[in-house]
Design a protein around this ligand. Structure first.
Ligand code: TYD
Length: 145
């Protein structure tokens, strides 16, 4: 697996089909939109104000994170650099490569965080302790202080 940095991740614009009378429609299609095929979709909603989600990394999983409604921020961390993205458009998605720590915060009321994932749910793919994440990245604790 490539050693992805936070600079490899970016917000991608999804297809947006606009109809003056009937509103908008956006599409994610396997083989076209993303560098992976989608095996699972899940969404996080009803997050109380001030709560955060995420706080983990994945060993092999890639994701597209979309604010299907409302807004929230996603901070990515490669062990050396942190980068925060603000998602507030249903026609944009943050492409998150494997091996990056992520924190989701600042959920607006009514926010829906939709995640399109490259793999089915596997708890073994999660790194839930930050120290284990640094080890996974081959970074000595406090080496960046
Ligand atoms: P968790 O990964 O802790 O959520 P978040 O990172 O958004 O804070 O997942 C919450 C619970 O949901 C946990 O018990 C695992 C379960 N879960 C599944 O069963 N399937 C899934 O696809 C996901 C993402 C989570």
């Amino acid at each position: 697996m490539a050693d992805y940095s936070v600079y490899d991740c970016s917000i991608i614009e999804l297809d947006k089909h606009h109809s003056e009378r009937k509103g908008n429609l956006s599409v994610v299609e396997n083989g076209i939109t993303l560098p992976f095929d989608v095996k699972r979709v899940y969404y996080v909603y009803d997050v109380p104000g001030g709560e955060s989600r995420g706080s983990h990394a994945h060993k092999t999983l890639s994701q597209l994170i979309v604010a299907a409604s409302g807004s929230f921020s996603v901070t990515l961390d490669d062990g050396k650099v942190r980068r925060t993205f603000f998602l507030n458009r249903p026609y944009q998605g943050l492409l998150v490569h494997p091996g990056l720590w992520r924190d989701l915060e600042d959920f607006s009321s009514g926010a829906v965080c939709m995640v399109l994932a490259s793999e089915v749910y596997q708890e073994e793919d999660y790194i839930r302790e930050y120290d284990d994440f640094l080890k996974f990245r081959g970074i000595e604790k406090n080496s960046n202080e």
